[in-house]
Design a protein around this ligand. Sequence first.
Ligand code: IPE
Ligand code: IPE
Ligand code: MG
Ligand code: MG
Ligand code: MG
Length: 325
Amino acid sequence: MTNLISLQELTHIYNSYSEQQDWKLEPASLYEPFDYIMGQKGKKIRPLSLLLVYSLFNENYQKALPAAYAIDMFHNFTLIHDDLMDQSSVRRGQPTVPLRFGENVAILSGDAMLLESLKLIMTSSGYNQEVISFFIKTAIEVCQGQSLDMGFEKKESISLKEYLEMIRLKTSVLLGACFKIATQLAQQNLDLQDKMYELGCNLGIAFQIQDDYLDLYSSEMSFGKKKGGDLIQRKKSILLLLAIESFSKDEKKQFIKEYHQKRSDEQQVMKYLKIFEALNIKQRTTELFTYYQNSINCTLNEIELPSDKKLLLSEFVSLILQRNH
Ligand code: IPE
Ligand code: IPE
Ligand code: MG
Ligand code: MG
Ligand code: MG
């Protein structure tokens, strides 16, 4: 029987490690946003995924802390630039970096965080050329996904296939990378690396569908972002895609014309909520989410691990899928 560490303990250890990192550097205008965003209460699912998967193969999980922190820093960099692009004003219940520090600071501090994350991953124990190449490949894919996401704001018609590819790139490959890098650093074989990557990527797809859902069907208080933010920014979220799918050709044309005209206000969001209710969008999104939940369980079944480790991994995955913020 191996000595497995619980998720609770890992969370505690990661948070203490993260709190010890000091970004009180000069110039303050560059580094202030580091402390601001890294110190916020995010869910930390990416660093925790990396640590948890690593801990399945190496009891000395502390060795993976720098890599976990590097991934967390990369994720937070993407959020800073994402909030700038999405013109978002609140994240984690607080003003976004562009709003709090200004757009130029958001660009530059974001760039510095990206580069720090690369520097940090290169200090990880077990690090090699493959890890860094894979990390860079993933980072480029995230940019591709974000580019598609912005492009879709102006495109009339987006298929489900195009949407799924966009969210695979902007969100799911990073979660996949956490699972894979953990196995790379723990010197596991390529088959296992691939299976873990598949698991993380599938989880990432479900995670983004959930994010689109919560964007409208969660309160600002619990979600920490503006309710209906995707509709306000004219995003092609899964909710919108499913709604459009139900319209007749003429209805669709009229709807899209209005939708693209200007950023919606809160009153408009209420109007969309009513339309979505009539079209049963909540239920249909949940069905799609359940489909990915099942495919995650299939991938989990294919991963060969001792039963106690399998249980820890599947409990972690279930916890992510049950989130409400
Ligand atoms: C937000 O990620 C960006 C998406 C990919 C949806 P999280 O929902 O993990 O954000 P935090 O870090 O917990 O705030
Ligand atoms: C986030 O997508 C993807 C990345 C940050 C790469 P969203 O734009 O939906 O994320 P939130 O909802 O602002 O967190
Ligand atoms: Mg975005
Ligand atoms: Mg956003
Ligand atoms: Mg979102």
